[in-house]
Write a protein that binds this ligand. Sequence first.
Ligand code: PLP
Length: 365
Amino acid sequence: MTETDVSQFEVRAHPKPKSAGERAAILADPGFGRDFTDHMVTIKYTEGKGWHSAEVGPYGPLSLSPATAVLHYAQEIFEGMKAYHRADGRVGLFRAEENAVRFQRSADRMAMPMLPTDLYLASLQALIDVDRAWVPEGEDTSLYLRPFMFASEEFLGVRPALEYTYCVIASPAGAYFKSGPHPVTLWVSRDYTRAAPGGTGTAKCGGNYAMSLKPQAEAIQKGCEQVVFLDAVHRRYVDELGGMNMFFVYEADKTIVTPPLGTILPGITRDAVFTLAEETGYRVVERPYSIEEWRADADSGALTEAFACGTAAVITPVGVVRDGDVEFSASGGVAGPVTMGIRQRLLDIQHGKAADPYGWTSIVG
Ligand SMILES: *Cc1c(COP(=O)(O)O)cnc(C)c1O
């Protein structure tokens, strides 16, 4: 596959797609990750042959051998993106090329083949071409896109697989947190870490999530909604949440502090926040930020807001933080104006309600 465009995807229409009525009922209250569109993309990779058999086919179960490598050694990566119904009636993506490049970096870390970025982008276009009617139109809704790739070779030996399957599925999405953009409560994980230097923290792989589920369950058990991880070496510096990057707002000197890249996942929302913060007169400082500093500055009032960000939940204010028996919060635990301002600005660009001076958005439908 040298010429990568939509035309090389064989389209097999779903024999029994959801009726317009069934679809409308789902789109009226989309939830998150629960319902899927009628179709999905698959592309195969075989060592020595390259990428082949690109198709858009009916959404449905995969048939896999019990010896499929991914089931044993977790050689798997994914992306998370959204297709937005825009104010002008068209369907747009946000910084899609960045996701394509990150997917390649994740693949490289997991010793998987790198899907060409133009083939990645063409796969999204091909799916939206057939399932465009599934993009919801309600406020802050979107069609969540989940590209992923796994080792599909039937082999139990421990080595990079010789066969891979790339897929894209799509799911209409409402607000990520049931509580909406209300402040999220965080549990500081002292017993578990997320990523060590040299590990896979910067790759978007399923394994990073598998190991976060127990600490996440602990957070819920402690009455919190999300877990915040500290660094694996000093057990002091804020890493990130299980799936979101962290920011700390200091109003007095108009700076916003965020942990540096290294073991965290390089979020595309995180990167957009840099630009949007500067646009509103804040300076973003990347530096290690300790849990002690967080607590002291929250208690003194120097820290005016804290927020988390990622594609799924956009920008979410942080309310109460619980660290063992200690509790603290910035901005009295309510959503602050800097957080909500950046959030709205980002949503306005994503949904085509505001001009896009950065060339972040592209049209796919
Ligand atoms: C995907 C992800 C993020 C957020 O990245 P975005 O590109 O902003 O969606 C943050 N942390 C982890 C662990 C992730 O997997």
